[in-house]
Design a protein around this ligand. Structure first.
Ligand SMILES: NC(=O)c1ccc[n+]([C@@H]2O[C@H](COP(=O)([O-])OP(=O)(O)OC[C@H]3O[C@@H](n4cnc5c(N)ncnc54)[C@H](OP(=O)(O)O)[C@@H]3O)[C@@H](O)[C@H]2O)c1
Length: 255
């Protein structure tokens, strides 16, 4: 059976990828920090889908742990057919604060790890002539929201570069750009969501179903759901001044 490795595969969007790929018959490698939760997720998925699930505890804000996961991704004896670079977390919008420790972690988890694991997967998959790398960006990559938008813009732009480098090698790359998805993301970051209307939220399983449809079609940029496609189109094509104005309104709503 082919194997997919999912970073942050124990919660939210990553867990939804785990369920969807398990249902498609993939064995899984789950990467996250919380060891107990990894074990619980693995046993639940194995029992429900009759697949093998390996757990790889790692903190992707630590460089040696990124390298450990990269070695697993590149292991020729246990090939990874799909890499989902998903682990991440939300950030507050303040760009003037003195303490930037959390931002360094954010760069490491959401940019450096994506880059290093993408390179490892790209090398291994190119040598085999098949495979797919899925990087979780965000609709926020088109707007102007603190340090989170530039980080997710990096993921989208990097994915296009990687897709070009792997063009016609049999290896696909997709940047998935979701809007608001109901997960632990906002609560963990202490982001208020009470003013965000219900209809804007999308369920993680539905989001992942649409993203995997785009992966199968070989799309390089995937914006799941019609409502977020419209929002992404506007954010990408409206005058930048209008996008910055809308971003300011959005930031007020979560302050
Ligand atoms: N939810 C949204 O509205 C939304 C929208 C657009 C994009 N996204 C993106 O989607 C991705 C997944 O977010 P989510 O909403 O599913 O959040 P979530 O429910 O909080 O899940 C985050 C996952 O990442 C893992 N993780 C966090 N920090 C890690 C680290 N340092 N090393 C290894 N694993 C780590 C967590 O496990 P441990 O805590 O055990 O490590 C968990 O499995 C993120 O990249 C996020 O930026 C989310």
């Amino acid at each position: 059976m082919p194997t997919a490795l999912i970073t942050g595969g124990t919660s939210g969007i990553g867990a939804a990828f785990a369920r969807a790929l398990a249902a498609d018959g993939f064995d899984l490698v789950l990467v996250a920090r919380d060891i107990e939760r990894l074990a619980e997720s693995a046993s639940g998925l194995e029992a429900r889908y009759n697949i093998d699930v390996e757990t790889l505890p790692a903190d992707l804000s630590q460089r040696e742990e990124i390298d450990k996961v990269a070695s697993r991704v590149e292991d020729e004896d246990h090939p990874i057919e799909i890499l989902v670079n998903n682990a991440g977390f939300g950030l507050h919008s303040d760009l003037l604060k003195r303490d930037y420790e959390i931002d360094v972690k954010a760069f490491d988890v959401m940019c450096l790890a994506v880059f290093v694991l993408g390179a490892a997967a790209g090398r291994a998959m190119k040598a085999r002539g098949h495979g797919h790398i899925v990087n979780i960006s965000s609709l926020a990559s088109w707007i102007a929201q603190g340090n989170y938008s530039p980080i997710k813009a990096y993921v989208r732009s990097y994915s296009e570069g990687l897709a070009n480098q792997l063009y016609q090698t049999g290896v696909g790359v997709t940047a998935v750009c979701p809007g608001w998805v109901r997960t632990e993301f906002h609560e963990r970051a202490g982001i208020r969501t009470s003013k965000i209307p219900n209809f804007i939220w999308v369920d993680a399983d539905r989001m992942v179903r649409e993203a995997l449809r785009d992966v199968r079609r070989g799309k390089v940029i995937s914006v799941p759901t019609k409502r977020w496609k419209v929002a992404a189109f506007l954010a990408a094509h409206a005058p930048r001044g209008a996008v910055r104005w809308a971003s300011r309104l959005l930031m007020k709503s979560r302050a």
